[in-house]
Write a new protein. Structure first.
Lengths: 124, 181
């Protein structure tokens, strides 16, 4: 057993491959430089999303949306087909492109937030 | 047992604050040990290189968790071990080993194990024993960790570490008998 101990104590060690050290440092440098950019992008996207939501909200208030909703609930129990009417009205007031833009902003913000990590870098 | 001195506390504090020079010092200090540990487990130089890189990138991105009062080597090896497990799990899930990779593994093995001398016999025998025992033996003998540190790295009870070392050595003894015969 002592002989095995001796052999185990002298296990060979390989030299590290050329470029490993530089590659790690390069990636970390990129990370350090890009981190504020990612952060700013995230903040901008979030602000953009909030503004879009706020605009939608303002337009909805101007269109007396709350009253419309109240009407909707009143009528709903008697006339199911009113759904089509209200949906049509909604998209007349709010452009589908604006709604789509808000949804896409939210989706892209969440996606970017999840994907902001080092594994997105190309391998060197 | 290959002992490695600990890194100065000031450097760890600087690294924790994001100082790149301090981080580079830590990288230089442990990259060889980590690479060899990964190479022994993954048996492929390219994969070992990738996992080593990933390990140090994780060390940097999680630098806030550095505790200057504790031995950073244990923490880095814990990250390396988990990264290696993740890598192997990913490989297993994808079930993809390309022909190039297989060839590279074989050539790495030949480069890895010199054909002459007693050391190569131990290296070969290590590949034939239980891989859990191998990991513990590598950490104990090659990296010079204590039982408690190995238990922390591999997330197992200290008695299991002792048992693994004892059983690993028994298995090695059996394998080496064949080689020396």
């Amino acid at each position: 057993m002592e002989k095995i101990d001796k052999q185990l104590n002298n296990l060979s060690m390989m030299e590290i491959p050329a470029g490993l050290h530089q590659s790690v440092m390069r990636k970390i440098n990129y990370y350090k430089k890009l981190q504020p950019v990612f952060f700013a992008t995230f903040i901008l996207l979030t602000l953009y999303f909030i503004i879009v939501i706020w605009q939608i909200d303002v337009k909805l208030i101007n269109a007396e949306f709350i009253d419309m909703m109240q009407d909707f609930f009143d009528v709903f129990s008697f006339n199911f087909s009113f759904i089509n009417t209200i949906l049509g009205s909604f998209f007349e007031i709010i452009s589908p492109a604006l709604v789509l833009s808000a949804v896409l902003s939210l989706a892209s913000t969440i996606y970017l937030g999840k994907k902001i990590n080092l594994y997105q870098f190309a391998k060197f | 047992m290959q002992k490695m001195e600990n890194i100065d506390k000031d450097i760890l504090i600087r690294a924790k604050k994001g100082d790149l020079d301090a981080f580079e010092y830590i990288l230089s200090f442990y990259e060889k040990a980590i690479y060899n540990y990964c190479l022994r487990i993954l048996k492929n130089s390219s994969n070992a290189k990738d996992v080593t890189q990933e390990t140090f990138i994780k060390v940097y991105t999680h630098r806030k968790l550095i505790d200057p009062e504790k031995n950073i080597k244990t923490w880095i090896f814990t990250i390396a071990t988990n990264t290696t497990y993740d890598f192997l799990r990913g490989k297993k899930r994808k079930n993809e080993i390309s022909l190039d990779e297989e060839n590279e593994t074989i050539s790495s093995f030949e480069a890895y194990y010199p054909q002459e001398g007693l050391v190569s016999d131990v290296d070969r025998a290590l590949e034939q024993i239980n891989q859990e025992y191998k990991k513990v033996l590598l950490l104990f003998y090659q990296q010079g960790f204590q039982y408690q540190e190995i238990a922390e790295i591999l997330n197992m009870p200290i008695n299991t570490v002792k048992t693994h070392i004892s059983r690993g050595k028994e298995q090695l003894k059996d394998k080496l008998k064949d080689y020396l015969a």
